[in-house]
Every structure is written in structure tokens, then in C-alpha cells.
Design a binder for this molecule. Structure first.
Ligand SMILES: Nc1nc2c(ncn2[C@@H]2O[C@H](COP(=O)(O)OP(=O)(O)OP(=O)(O)O)[C@@H](O)[C@H]2O)c(=O)[nH]1
Ligand SMILES: [Mg+2]
Length: 225
């Protein structure tokens, strides 16, 4: 009887948990984004409000936090984006349910990769940030373990005066990467603007991810917590 009661209790109180992987070049704003997500009203309670820690340092390794939404948990993995750390990303692909790829909208020139064709084949140290961003995103798209995983591209730092508008990042960069030969085009994806620093667009980003992991749950089932 005790075991039956315990099973019913666990069934009634447990929720599905989905893992979200936050990727992007160093300095893109991944850790700042994680801090803002942790501080969302849906996660904090009036008795335990959460104030985002916006003083970040470059991540060496990973930060992980689980946020509780009414119907599910999102376990969010923020991994370091420095060049030397990117080799670790692929070990997260097989178990993630969605990827958020963060772009620093003030560090991608005019975001038009068609002008970069001649940079193909250059060593990574010799290329600009837009091309570096393209190579890194293509690498994610091409990895078999990440196949079919919903992908949200966040055009971050939209609060900065020198940022490129989201439409240019979408049309000049993301669409061309997806349509390119390494693009692996068929995938649930979206490009959204945000400012991880001010928090603008963060809630919309979480809502997109929440809806897409649910949509994709037959291909990538959640774990129960
Ligand atoms: N203006 C502005 N600055 C931002 C925004 N998001 C992050 N930053 C700043 O960008 C810098 C890097 O932010 P992080 O969140 O540490 O970047 P990261 O992607 O985690 O970097 P790594 O851990 O090295 O991969 C910090 O100085 C942040 O304050 C934003 O939306 N707007
Ligand atoms: Mg970081």
C-alpha cells in the first residue's frame, strides 16, 4: 500500500524535464542569458525573487540551472564559447532537446555572409567574427547527434546602438547558412531578437523553446523528474 501511494504521489508531482543547450561564440551573452532566464517571473516566486547576476566572467566549462515552468522543467546548459572549449559541445548534443545559438549582433559586421565567400579555407585565427560564427553554426547543424533538434538563433545585444538588426541576421546570415551545402535545411528553427542584458525578448525565447521541445517530444522524449 505504501509503495502504491508513493507511486501515485510521485506520478502526481513529477514533471517532464527537457535539456536546453546554449551555444555561441565567446562573449555572445550566453551566461547573461542564463541569468535572465533564472530571474523570469515564471521561475521566481514572490517570497524568493531572483535578481540576475549580470557581472559575468568568461565561462570555462559549464553553468547549469533548472527552471520550473508550470508544465515542465527546463534544464539549461550554458557552455563556454571560447575557441578552445568548442570541442566539448558535441558531447551535449545527443541528450539535448533544443539548442539556443546566441549571436552578438554588434560583432558580426553587416551580417552578410555572401561577401565572405573568398574567406573559405582560411585558418580560424585569420577570419572575421561573422565567418567564425558561420563555421561554428555549420558545425552544429552538421553534427549527426544534433540532427532534428529545434534550433533558436538569438540575435543578442539588440540594446546596443551598433547592433545589426535581427532581419539582417536572419536574411543575410542564418538563412544562407541553412540553405548552404552544410546547412542541413530541414529543421524546426527560429530567429528572434533579444537583449540578455536588459531582459528584452528573453521570455519569448523561453516560450519558443518550451513549445518546440513539446512538439518534438516523440523524437526526443523527456525524462521525468
Ligand atoms: N549591451 C549588451 N551587452 C551584453 C548583452 N549580453 C551580454 N552582454 C555583455 O557581453 C559580455 C559577455 O557576456 P557573457 O554572458 O559572459 O558571454 P558568454 O557568451 O557567456 O561568453 P563565454 O562564457 O566566454 O562563452 C558581458 O560583458 C555582458 O555584460 C546584451 O544583450 N547587451
Ligand atoms: Mg559564459
Amino acid at each position: 500500500m505504501y509503495h502504491l501511494a508513493k507511486s501515485i504521489y510521485l506520478y502526481a508531482t513529477s514533471k517532464e524535464e527537457y535539456s536546453i543547450l546554449v551555444l555561441g561564440l565567446d562573449n555572445a551573452g550566453k551566461t547573461t542569458l542564463l541569468e535572465q532566464i533564472k530571474a523570469l517571473p515564471s521561475n521566481a516566486t514572490p517570497s524568493a525573487p531572483h535578481h540576475p547576476n549580470l557581472k559575468t566572467v568568461p565561462t570555462v566549462g559549464q553553468n547549469v540551472s533548472t527552471i520550473s515552468l508550470p508544465d515542465l522543467y527546463l534544464k539549461i546548459w550554458d557552455v563556454g564559447g571560447q575557441h578552445s572549449l568548442r570541442g566539448l559541445w558535441q558531447s551535449y548534443y545527443a541528450s539535448c532537446h533544443a539548442i539556443i545559438f546566441v549571436i552578438d549582433s554588434s560583432d558580426v559586421g553587416d551580417a552578410d555572409i555572401s561577401k565572405l565567400a573568398e574567406a573559405n579555407g582560411a585558418a580560424i585565427d585569420d577570419i572575421g567574427r561573422l565567418d567564425e560564427c558561420r563555421l561554428v553554426l555549420e558545425d552544429v547543424l552538421q553534427n549527426a547527434d544534433a540532427e532534428g533538434v529545434p534550433l533558436l538563433v538569438l540575435a543578442n545585444k539588440q540594446d546596443r546602438e551598433d547592433c545589426v538588426e535581427v532581419v539582417r541576421i536572419k536574411e543575410g546570415f542564418v538563412r544562407k547558412v541553412f540553405e548552404g551545402e552544410k546547412g542541413n535545411a530541414v529543421r524546426d528553427s527560429r530567429v528572434l531578437p533579444c537583449s540578455a542584458l536588459t531582459g528584452t525578448g528573453v521570455e519569448e525565447a523561453v516560450e519558443w523553446v518550451r513549445s518546440r521541445v513539446l512538439w518534438n517530444k516523440e523524437s526526443r522524449p523527456p525524462v521525468m523528474r
